[in-house]
Design a protein around this ligand. Sequence first.
Ligand code: NAP
Length: 213
Amino acid sequence: MTRLGVMGGTFDPIHHGHLVTAEEARVQFDLDRVLFIPSGHPPHKDPADITPSEHRYLMTFLATVSNPHISVSRLEIDRSGPSYTIDTIRLLAAEFAGAELFYITGADAIMQIMRGEWERSPELLEMCEFIAATRPGFVLDLDVLRRHNCTGRPLVNVHVMAIPALAISSTEIRARVRTHRPIKYLVPEAVEAYIVKHGLYREDSWRREPSGG
Ligand code: NAP
Protein backbone atom coordinates (compact mmCIF):
# COMPACT_ATOMS: atom_id res chain seq x y z
CA MET A 1 0.00 0.00 0.00
CA THR A 2 1.34 3.46 -0.92
CA ARG A 3 2.19 5.62 2.08
CA LEU A 4 1.68 9.28 1.15
CA GLY A 5 2.84 12.22 3.29
CA VAL A 6 0.66 15.34 3.00
CA MET A 7 2.55 18.42 4.14
CA GLY A 8 0.14 21.25 4.90
CA GLY A 9 1.24 24.81 5.61
CA THR A 10 1.04 28.42 4.53
CA PHE A 11 4.75 28.34 3.59
CA ASP A 12 5.12 32.13 3.74
CA PRO A 13 7.93 31.50 2.92
CA ILE A 14 9.03 27.85 2.86
CA HIS A 15 12.33 27.35 4.77
CA HIS A 16 14.81 24.62 5.63
CA GLY A 17 12.84 23.70 8.77
CA HIS A 18 9.91 22.62 6.56
CA LEU A 19 12.22 20.68 4.24
CA VAL A 20 13.94 18.86 7.12
CA THR A 21 10.50 18.05 8.57
CA ALA A 22 9.34 16.47 5.31
CA GLU A 23 12.51 14.44 4.89
CA GLU A 24 12.51 13.27 8.49
CA ALA A 25 8.84 12.21 8.21
CA ARG A 26 9.56 10.38 4.95
CA VAL A 27 12.32 8.33 6.55
CA GLN A 28 10.78 7.80 10.03
CA PHE A 29 7.38 6.76 8.65
CA ASP A 30 8.65 5.00 5.54
CA LEU A 31 6.65 7.27 3.21
CA ASP A 32 6.81 6.68 -0.54
CA ARG A 33 6.53 10.40 -1.24
CA VAL A 34 5.54 13.69 0.33
CA LEU A 35 3.07 16.08 -1.28
CA PHE A 36 3.41 19.72 -0.20
CA ILE A 37 0.09 21.57 -0.20
CA PRO A 38 0.51 25.34 0.17
CA SER A 39 -2.65 26.66 1.74
CA GLY A 40 -4.82 28.72 -0.63
CA HIS A 41 -6.98 30.67 1.79
CA PRO A 42 -6.05 29.63 5.36
CA PRO A 43 -9.32 29.79 7.31
CA HIS A 44 -7.60 31.20 10.40
CA LYS A 45 -5.74 34.05 8.68
CA ASP A 46 -6.68 37.46 7.30
CA PRO A 47 -5.87 37.40 3.54
CA ALA A 48 -4.30 40.84 3.96
CA ASP A 49 -1.68 39.31 6.25
CA ILE A 50 -0.39 36.66 3.88
CA THR A 51 1.54 36.74 0.62
CA PRO A 52 -0.48 35.97 -2.55
CA SER A 53 -0.79 32.22 -3.00
CA GLU A 54 0.94 32.08 -6.37
CA HIS A 55 4.18 33.43 -4.81
CA ARG A 56 3.96 30.87 -1.98
CA TYR A 57 3.29 28.07 -4.45
CA LEU A 58 6.23 29.06 -6.68
CA MET A 59 8.64 29.31 -3.72
CA THR A 60 7.52 25.87 -2.51
CA PHE A 61 8.03 24.49 -6.00
CA LEU A 62 11.53 26.01 -6.29
CA ALA A 63 12.54 24.70 -2.85
CA THR A 64 11.55 21.11 -3.60
CA VAL A 65 12.15 20.76 -7.35
CA SER A 66 15.38 18.74 -6.99
CA ASN A 67 13.94 16.18 -4.55
CA PRO A 68 12.48 13.15 -6.40
CA HIS A 69 10.39 12.16 -3.36
CA ILE A 70 8.59 15.51 -3.09
CA SER A 71 5.94 17.13 -5.24
CA VAL A 72 3.81 20.24 -4.79
CA SER A 73 0.06 20.37 -5.24
CA ARG A 74 -2.06 23.32 -6.44
CA LEU A 75 -5.14 21.73 -4.92
CA GLU A 76 -5.76 24.42 -2.29
CA ILE A 77 -4.30 27.28 -4.35
CA ASP A 78 -6.77 26.64 -7.17
CA ARG A 79 -9.82 26.05 -4.94
CA SER A 80 -11.94 29.04 -3.99
CA GLY A 81 -13.22 29.56 -0.47
CA PRO A 82 -11.46 28.69 2.78
CA SER A 83 -8.83 25.90 2.60
CA TYR A 84 -10.37 23.45 5.03
CA THR A 85 -8.00 20.54 5.58
CA ILE A 86 -10.89 18.06 5.79
CA ASP A 87 -11.87 18.92 2.18
CA THR A 88 -8.26 18.49 1.04
CA ILE A 89 -7.88 15.12 2.74
CA ARG A 90 -11.20 13.89 1.33
CA LEU A 91 -10.10 14.84 -2.20
CA LEU A 92 -6.72 13.16 -1.75
CA ALA A 93 -8.32 10.03 -0.29
CA ALA A 94 -10.40 9.78 -3.49
CA GLU A 95 -7.53 10.60 -5.84
CA PHE A 96 -5.11 8.18 -4.15
CA ALA A 97 -7.67 5.49 -3.33
CA GLY A 98 -6.06 2.73 -1.29
CA ALA A 99 -3.11 4.87 -0.17
CA GLU A 100 -2.44 5.48 3.52
CA LEU A 101 -2.31 9.24 4.18
CA PHE A 102 -0.05 10.92 6.77
CA TYR A 103 -0.93 14.57 7.42
CA ILE A 104 2.18 16.47 8.53
CA THR A 105 2.10 19.95 10.04
CA GLY A 106 3.09 22.01 13.08
CA ALA A 107 2.27 20.48 16.47
CA ASP A 108 0.11 23.37 17.68
CA ALA A 109 -2.13 22.95 14.63
CA ILE A 110 -2.57 19.25 15.33
CA MET A 111 -3.41 20.01 18.96
CA GLN A 112 -6.12 22.39 17.68
CA ILE A 113 -7.62 19.58 15.61
CA MET A 114 -7.64 17.26 18.63
CA ARG A 115 -9.42 19.97 20.66
CA GLY A 116 -12.05 20.13 17.89
CA GLU A 117 -11.20 23.66 16.74
CA TRP A 118 -10.95 22.94 12.99
CA GLU A 119 -13.76 22.36 10.50
CA ARG A 120 -15.20 18.85 11.08
CA SER A 121 -12.24 17.92 13.34
CA PRO A 122 -13.67 14.57 14.55
CA GLU A 123 -14.19 13.40 10.95
CA LEU A 124 -10.71 14.60 9.98
CA LEU A 125 -9.14 12.66 12.86
CA GLU A 126 -10.69 9.45 11.50
CA MET A 127 -9.27 9.89 8.00
CA CYS A 128 -5.49 9.61 8.28
CA GLU A 129 -2.40 9.41 10.44
CA PHE A 130 -1.09 12.71 11.89
CA ILE A 131 2.54 13.73 12.31
CA ALA A 132 3.01 16.74 14.60
CA ALA A 133 6.34 18.52 14.09
CA THR A 134 7.64 20.37 17.16
CA ARG A 135 10.31 23.03 17.40
CA PRO A 136 12.88 23.35 20.25
CA GLY A 137 11.34 24.68 23.46
CA PHE A 138 7.80 23.68 22.45
CA VAL A 139 6.30 21.76 25.37
CA LEU A 140 3.73 19.30 24.17
CA ASP A 141 1.23 17.50 26.32
CA LEU A 142 -0.19 15.28 23.64
CA ASP A 143 -0.81 12.34 25.94
CA VAL A 144 -3.77 14.01 27.64
CA LEU A 145 -5.22 15.02 24.26
CA ARG A 146 -4.71 11.53 22.89
CA ARG A 147 -6.93 10.22 25.71
CA HIS A 148 -9.44 13.10 25.87
CA ASN A 149 -10.16 14.77 22.54
CA CYS A 150 -13.08 15.81 20.32
CA THR A 151 -13.68 12.27 19.03
CA GLY A 152 -14.52 11.02 22.52
CA ARG A 153 -12.22 8.04 22.10
CA PRO A 154 -8.46 7.50 22.57
CA LEU A 155 -6.39 8.31 19.48
CA VAL A 156 -3.48 6.12 18.39
CA ASN A 157 -2.92 7.81 15.03
CA VAL A 158 -1.23 11.01 16.26
CA HIS A 159 2.57 10.95 16.27
CA VAL A 160 5.13 13.55 17.35
CA MET A 161 8.40 14.34 15.66
CA ALA A 162 10.95 16.73 17.23
CA ILE A 163 12.68 18.82 14.57
CA PRO A 164 15.60 20.98 15.82
CA ALA A 165 15.76 22.75 12.42
CA LEU A 166 12.28 24.18 13.11
CA ALA A 167 14.05 26.79 15.23
CA ILE A 168 13.78 28.58 11.87
CA SER A 169 10.33 30.10 11.39
CA SER A 170 8.59 31.89 8.52
CA THR A 171 7.75 34.75 10.90
CA GLU A 172 11.43 35.24 11.69
CA ILE A 173 12.39 35.14 8.01
CA ARG A 174 9.79 37.79 7.11
CA ALA A 175 11.02 39.97 9.98
CA ARG A 176 14.61 39.56 8.84
CA VAL A 177 13.81 40.68 5.29
CA ARG A 178 11.82 43.64 6.59
CA THR A 179 14.74 44.75 8.76
CA HIS A 180 17.41 44.06 6.10
CA ARG A 181 19.03 41.15 7.95
CA PRO A 182 20.34 38.08 6.06
CA ILE A 183 18.25 35.00 5.31
CA LYS A 184 21.02 33.12 3.52
CA TYR A 185 21.19 29.46 4.65
CA LEU A 186 17.77 29.73 6.33
CA VAL A 187 15.94 29.21 3.03
CA PRO A 188 17.08 27.48 -0.19
CA GLU A 189 19.10 29.75 -2.48
CA ALA A 190 16.39 29.80 -5.14
CA VAL A 191 13.82 30.94 -2.56
CA GLU A 192 16.11 33.70 -1.35
CA ALA A 193 16.62 34.84 -4.95
CA TYR A 194 12.84 34.75 -5.55
CA ILE A 195 12.17 36.86 -2.45
CA VAL A 196 14.72 39.46 -3.57
CA LYS A 197 13.58 39.46 -7.19
CA HIS A 198 9.93 40.05 -6.28
CA GLY A 199 10.62 42.34 -3.36
CA LEU A 200 8.60 40.14 -0.98
CA TYR A 201 8.29 40.90 2.74
CA ARG A 202 9.41 44.50 2.43
CA GLU A 203 7.12 47.10 3.93
CA ASP A 204 6.26 48.47 0.46
CA SER A 205 5.54 45.15 -1.30
CA TRP A 206 3.49 43.04 1.05
CA ARG A 207 0.63 42.24 -1.32
CA ARG A 208 2.28 42.39 -4.72
CA GLU A 209 1.01 39.73 -7.17
CA PRO A 210 3.61 37.75 -9.16
CA SER A 211 4.24 39.08 -12.66
CA GLY A 212 6.56 37.89 -15.41
CA GLY A 213 9.59 35.55 -15.03
P1 NAP B 1 0.46 28.53 11.30
O1 NAP B 1 -0.66 28.81 12.23
O2 NAP B 1 0.99 29.64 10.45
O3 NAP B 1 1.67 27.85 11.98
C1 NAP B 1 1.63 27.25 13.20
C2 NAP B 1 3.02 26.74 13.53
O4 NAP B 1 3.26 25.52 12.82
C3 NAP B 1 4.09 27.73 13.10
O5 NAP B 1 5.08 27.68 14.07
C4 NAP B 1 4.55 27.15 11.78
O6 NAP B 1 5.90 27.47 11.49
C5 NAP B 1 4.42 25.67 11.99
N1 NAP B 1 4.16 24.93 10.74
C6 NAP B 1 3.21 25.20 9.82
N2 NAP B 1 3.24 24.27 8.84
C7 NAP B 1 4.24 23.42 9.16
C8 NAP B 1 4.74 22.25 8.54
N3 NAP B 1 4.18 21.76 7.42
N4 NAP B 1 5.78 21.61 9.12
C9 NAP B 1 6.30 22.08 10.26
N5 NAP B 1 5.86 23.17 10.92
C10 NAP B 1 4.84 23.84 10.36
O7 NAP B 1 0.03 27.31 10.40
P2 NAP B 1 -0.32 27.32 8.93
O8 NAP B 1 0.94 27.02 8.17
O9 NAP B 1 -1.10 28.53 8.54
O10 NAP B 1 -1.35 26.10 8.88
C11 NAP B 1 -0.93 24.76 8.85
C12 NAP B 1 -1.94 24.00 8.00
O11 NAP B 1 -3.15 23.88 8.72
C13 NAP B 1 -2.32 24.74 6.71
O12 NAP B 1 -2.35 23.80 5.65
C14 NAP B 1 -3.71 25.30 6.98
O13 NAP B 1 -4.53 25.41 5.82
C15 NAP B 1 -4.25 24.24 7.91
N6 NAP B 1 -5.35 24.75 8.75
C16 NAP B 1 -6.59 24.27 8.53
C17 NAP B 1 -7.67 24.71 9.30
C18 NAP B 1 -9.03 24.12 9.04
O14 NAP B 1 -9.17 23.21 8.23
N7 NAP B 1 -10.04 24.62 9.71
C19 NAP B 1 -7.46 25.66 10.32
C20 NAP B 1 -6.16 26.13 10.52
C21 NAP B 1 -5.11 25.67 9.73
P3 NAP B 1 6.23 28.35 10.19
O15 NAP B 1 5.49 29.65 10.38
O16 NAP B 1 7.69 28.48 10.20
O17 NAP B 1 5.66 27.57 9.04
